[in-house]
Design a protein around this ligand. Sequence first.
Ligand code: E4P
Length: 225
Amino acid sequence: MAIFLDSSKIEEIKKYVNMGIVRGLTTNPTILLKEGVTGGMAGVKARIVEIAKLVDPYPVSAEVTTNDPAAMLAQAKDIAGWAKNINVKITIHGPNGELDNLSIVHELETKHNIRVNVTAMMSAQQCFLAAMAGATYVSILSGRVNNMGYDSINEIKKLRLLIDQHKLKAQIIAASTREALNITQWLEAGAHIVTVIPSFIDTMIVHPYSKETVKMFLEDAAKAK
Ligand code: E4P
């Protein structure tokens, strides 16, 4: 799977989809707000449906916006129906550690055939339980893990071992990129996917010595005319 985009900007998404390097996309309410999406759920739906078309057949994550369990279940079912490649993002627990969410994840995955991306996780143990509950994707916000002074690479390694040992279907998404280096680091550590801030893709592609080499080729080609 490798690279997902962490974005909801249409032109930006088109640019990287056209390069053929995008295998999926993640959003969250903060990304949507930062990129000017307003109008409540109707506004979110319009943008997500547009993105899902661009990224098709690859998966797109859209997050629920409520912490009320009944409303969350209803919203998740609604979101999953917006397009065939949409999966629903649900946080590991509520803002005060409320424990309703894993039951909802389990119900969506096992009774409604809806794929869930469990998010806002900071440790291998949280992700392991989300994987046990049946989540298709488990997102470890690795940049935030590093920000707290813990080593995200260790958490990803431990998590991959657990997922493989117990033959769980969950794919690890290492999220919350802070440096271009995170992408290869986290994939090497065992993440199935890294969801990437688009500007880091440019950083991965462009190298000063490549620029110099390309310049030399073009100048020599011009001299030979
Ligand atoms: C993606 O799924 C996450 O929501 C996102 O990468 C979080 O990024 P942040 O930690 O920079 O907010």
